[in-house]
Design a protein around this ligand. Structure first.
Ligand SMILES: NC(=O)c1ccc[n+]([C@@H]2O[C@H](COP(=O)([O-])OP(=O)(O)OC[C@H]3O[C@@H](n4cnc5c(N)ncnc54)[C@H](O)[C@@H]3O)[C@@H](O)[C@H]2O)c1
Length: 334
């Protein structure tokens, strides 16, 4: 496979996951590190490689094949559209955009230009997700009867003060739902065959000036297969990093976590397939960034669909948006 010439745009917190996947990789040459903050680009470049730039538009005449967008949420649409219009494929961090309108514009430009637009839902590549998806699609335990999503994280203080775009509707587009829970909401959608409609509430429950956005939500999901699922998502659980999708099938309950897949069979057997788990700060990002990024490049080289394509990204933004606007009313996802 010929190596793609690659740039990373945005050299903040999660860029190291992209840097690790790209440096010394057999599928990409990391040739530019871009950040409006030169020091951040410089630090990234020293650790992972690439020449420093402070304006992504300087990439346009540099014969770049792929750019990773790892910048604040509100910047994704403009940068992605600009890159695709200049013949550069895009691997974008979640969420694709803050609004469905902007995500739709991005999908349209991808289709018009023929440039790839992938989104980083790396938890789709987690071992537990892959195994659960196969069991469900093969019908091993029958149909999905109901489901549950639980996201219980802790986000306050330094997390917001170190990056001022976070915690604001203008920069982040919301809080717990659009930023932390979007991965687990995407997994529910992916594993069950899709969310058709939902009703829910989101709110800011914590008494703090750290942020103005939502930190908690409760949701009822109507799945395309006729079943329902419930969801509870919060950034107010001190010290915790729980992300769980539980699915009740006809003959077993599947519990999908980063730590592995638990299968409780109807005869009482409990089977656990453990997975590699990170420990310490930011361990909630998991181990699958590298696998997802490699799959993006492989699917590009082999001209086959990517598991995190732009429609996946758009759909997740629609689910987020529906939760934010539901106020208890049933909203169709379309
Ligand atoms: N997939 C995951 O698990 C995961 C985890 C964390 C963050 N993220 C996502 O990654 C993105 C970045 O998050 P973060 O926590 O690294 O943010 P951050 O604030 O730590 O870093 C963002 C960087 O982008 C730079 N930047 C801002 N505007 C820019 C522009 N126009 N051009 C170039 N650089 C620009 C900033 O200077 C900063 O260095 C967000 O979309 C976030 O939701 C994904």
């Amino acid at each position: 496979m010929e190596k793609a010439r690659t740039a990373v745009i945005g050299c903040g917190a999660v860029s190291k996951n992209h840097g690790k996947a790209l440096s010394g990789s057999s599928f990409a040459d990391l040739v530019y590190a871009v950040d409006i903050d030169r020091e951040k680009a410089q630090a990234f470049s020293e650790r992972f490689g690439g020449s420093v730039l402070t304006d992504y538009r300087d990439l346009f005449d540099k014969n770049i094949d792929v750019a990773h967008i790892v910048t604040p949420h509100n910047t994704h649409p403009e940068i992605a559209i600009d890159l695709m219009r200049h013949g550069i494929n895009v691997f974008c961090e979640k969420p694709l955009a803050i609004t469905p309108y902007d995500a739709e514009r991005m999908v349209k430009v991808s289709e018009e230009t023929g440039m790839r637009l992938g989104v980083c839902f790396q938890n789709r590549m987690n071992k537990a997700t892959v195994e659960a998806k196969k069991l469900i699609d093969d019908g091993v335990y029958g149909k999905i009867m109901s489901g549950m999503v639980l996201v219980a994280w802790d986000r306050h203080g330094k997390y917001y003060s170190e990056s001022p775009w976070r915690g604001t509707y203008e920069g982040e587009g919301g809080g717990c739902i659009i930023n932390q829970s979007i991965h687990t909401l995407d997994l529910l959608d992916y594993l069950t065959g899709g969310v058709e409609a939902l009703s829910g509430f989101d709110a800011k429950l914590r008494d703090t000036d750290d942020y103005v956005v939502d930190d908690t939500a409760a949701v009822l999901f109507y799945l395309k297969n006729g079943a329902t699922a419930v969801g509870f998502c919060s950034n107010c659980y001190p010290g915790s990093k729980i992300c769980t999708v539980e699915l009740r099938l006809e003959k077993a309950v599947l519990t999908v976590k980063q730590s592995g897949l638990t299968i409780e069979e109807e005869n009482g057997n409990v089977i656990f397939h453990g997975a590699e788990v990170l420990k310490g700060e930011k361990s909630e990002w998991g181990v699958s960034h590298g696998i997802m990024i490699e799959e993006f490049y492989r699917s590009l080289a082999e001209n086959r669909p990517f598991i995190g394509d732009c429609h996946t990204g758009l759909n997740a933004v629609r689910i987020v948006n529906a939760i934010q606007h539901s106020r208890g009313k049933k909203i169709k996802i379309s």
